[in-house]
Design a protein around this ligand. Structure first.
Ligand SMILES: [Zn+2]
Ligand SMILES: [Zn+2]
Length: 177
């Protein structure tokens, strides 16, 4: 979504557009260790934009759907993603001295402003660092691989009966298995 800054006015303009899932997923693929989730559909952006002098105010929210692999049980699940944002975007200073560049302030150069990268960044920030299908996912049994959300695994039971029938000297080993 490219906006021509001179076309913006003091009056608030409503914006609604989609940021393609493919573009977001390409950015996820570029960051190591986050290939366990992707956007299942295009990101919906609903926002307001206006210009005050040369500063552009852009605020609204992104809504999408993320398909992720649970870090504990390895099941795939979908979850809604939502995040509100507010940007003040200033013209890029002409001075070569960029030490005055404030952290957290975005800039545009020339007359055009591409909103795509700004909303994409917001969507990526809303991803989980460790996706979980549910906060109390019980995960997989580390011995038999059973999904403990769905089934009661019998490892602990077997372990207990086996441990009891073994000579005392071997019990320590059984526990460490
Ligand atoms: Zn899970
Ligand atoms: Zn088990």
């Amino acid at each position: 979504m490219i906006i021509r800054v001179p076309d913006l006015k003091e009056e608030v303009r409503q914006l609604a557009f989609q940021e393609p899932a493919a573009r977001l997923n390409a950015r996820i693929a570029g960051s190591p260790g986050s290939d366990d989730q992707h956007f299942a559909r295009d990101l919906a952006v609903v926002a307001e934009i206006y210009r005050s002098e040369r500063d552009v105010h852009f605020q609204g929210r992104v809504e999408g759907e993320v398909r992720a692999v649970c870090a504990r049980c390895l099941e795939e699940f979908d979850r809604p993603l939502e995040r509100s944002f507010r940007f003040v975007i200033l013209p890029r200073p002409l001075a070569t001295d960029d030490s005055e560049d404030d952290e957290g302030v975005d800039h545009y150069s020339g007359d055009e402003l591409d909103l795509g990268p700004l909303v994409a960044e917001q969507a990526l920030l809303a991803l989980d660092s460790m996706p979980l299908c549910s906060p109390d996912c019980r995960g997989l049994c580390s011995r038999c691989g059973a999904n403990l959300n769905r089934e009661e695994c019998r490892c602990s039971e077997e372990e207990r009966s086996r441990g009891a029938s073994r000579p005392l000297s071997l019990r320590g080993i059984a526990v460490r298995e």
